[in-house]
Design a protein around this ligand. Structure first.
Ligand code: ACO
Length: 355
């Protein structure tokens, strides 16, 4: 009971996570199919009830990026002293509440604007304004690097944002639904979700994958390093999943994106060779250590490599995750408002009895 495992807390038309089949379905489409789509097209699918004009959504999202950028002037020394995800939380908290399409689009656009701005300001560089005419992933990369991204880079970021856009009733999405059920508004729901995502047990995991690769250092060290980590009782970052029992379809989608990105897209060949050695040796060691329990590569392993290749620093990974998952949070908040009731479970008192 402590983790609410197996408790069905909502009915949703948004996504289905089938752990036994290794399948993720979003609004009737498999992830394998959606991994070829642009983020704004999946957002249109998720927010279809709120924004029925899907053809007009990309332009409205571009306008929303411009409106979000107005908040960037509030990045001051105090905000820059926070971690990147705390800075993102502070900027998101400035956005107004509401339950309408414009509020939803502003919130959907904002993390893609705030994350590059915070990265650049933390590095002592000026933030770059959005270009509403660009596609969403393209603009996010342009705001990060100050240069035109290549089609391969844009496609890779789109695949990432789509891959993480929704995933059943995960902790942050549940938090969004609880807050939305009080009718507090979408900004409050997204802020609660972002707070949940920040935790290392949820959205904070891909950074440690890179820490592991750095510690291993060279492909030939992988086996010994991983054996020693397992002998110390440590978990290997980027492997295993609570729900997926055969494969994590998100890992497959991101591995494909990484292979397509290649050296021309910024993927370092030595880094990839190291990652491949770590993956190969980790899977072999985990199979030997837990023969009855399939432990496969999970989404975090390839997220780390992909976001690093696209030029995002590891402290920004959770913020980039938010730029994709915000689509799911908003869709669930909207669905909760439209179809749900106030979420108010019971607790069982186990404290001392009053005299
Ligand atoms: N490395 C070593 N051993 C592992 C790993 C791992 N990555 N994953 C599971 N195991 C072991 C467990 O210790 C357990 O051993 P035991 O039976 O001797 O206690 C056994 O395999 C079975 O574990 P599960 O029940 O499958 O694991 P659980 O569901 O509790 O945890 C989790 C899932 C948290 C993802 C786990 O696999 C893990 O810690 N992985 C590493 C961290 C990671 O990659 N996190 C990101 C996950 S993706 C995401 O959340 C978006």
């Amino acid at each position: 009971m402590s983790g609410l495992d197996d408790v069905v807390a909502a009915e949703t038309r948004l996504s289905e996570v089938d752990g036994l089949a290794g399948r993720l379905v979003i609004c009737g489409h498999t992830l394998d199919e959606l991994a070829q789509w642009r983020f704004e097209d999946v957002l249109a699918l998720l927010l279809g009830d709120l924004v029925p004009d899907s053809a007009g959504l990309p332009a409205r999202l571009g306008q929303a990026r411009l409106r979000a950028f107005e908040q960037v002037r509030h990045i001051d020394a105090g905000l820059l002293s926070l971690s990147l995800i705390e800075g993102l939380r502070a900027l998101m908290a400035r956005l107004p509440d509401g339950e309408d399409a414009e509020t939803a689009l502003l919130l959907a656009a904002a993390p893609a604007v705030f994350v590059p701005a915070l990265i650049r300001r933390q590095a002592g560089q000026p933030a770059i304004a959005p270009d509403s005419a660009r596609a969403h992933a393209e603009d996010m990369l342009a705001m990060l690097a100050g240069a035109d991204p290549s089609p391969a880079q844009i496609r890779a970021l789109d695949t990432y944002l789509v891959t993480v856009s929704d995933h059943g009733l995960n902790a942050s999405t549940f938090a969004a639904r609880v807050v939305a059920s009080t009718r507090a508004g979408f900004a409050s729901a997204v802020l609660a979700a972002l707070g949940a995502l920040k935790g290392p047990l949820h959205g904070g995991a891909p950074g440690p994958v890179l820490d592991m690769l750095d510690a291993v250092g060279r492909p030939e060290n992988a086996r010994l390093w991983l054996e020693a980590a397992l002998a110390r009782g440590e978990r290997l970052m980027g492997f295993g999943h609570r729900i997926y029992r055969v494969r994590d379809p998100r890992a497959d989608a991101l591995k494909g994106a990484l292979q397509r990105l290649g050296a021309a897209g910024g993927l370092d060949a030595d880094r990839l060779a190291l990652a491949e050695a770590v993956e190969r040796d980790a899977l072999a060691l985990l199979r030997a250590a837990k023969p009855g329990r399939p432990l496969e590569t999970n989404v975090e392993f390839f997220t780390a490599l992909l976001l690093e290749a696209l030029g995002f620093p590891r402290q920004a990974f959770t913020g980039v995750f938010a730029a994709g998952r915000v689509g799911g949070w908003l869709a669930h908040a909207q669905e909760q408002v439209a179809t749900g009731r106030l979420i108010r479970p019971q607790s069982r008192y186990i404290g001392p009895r009053a005299a």
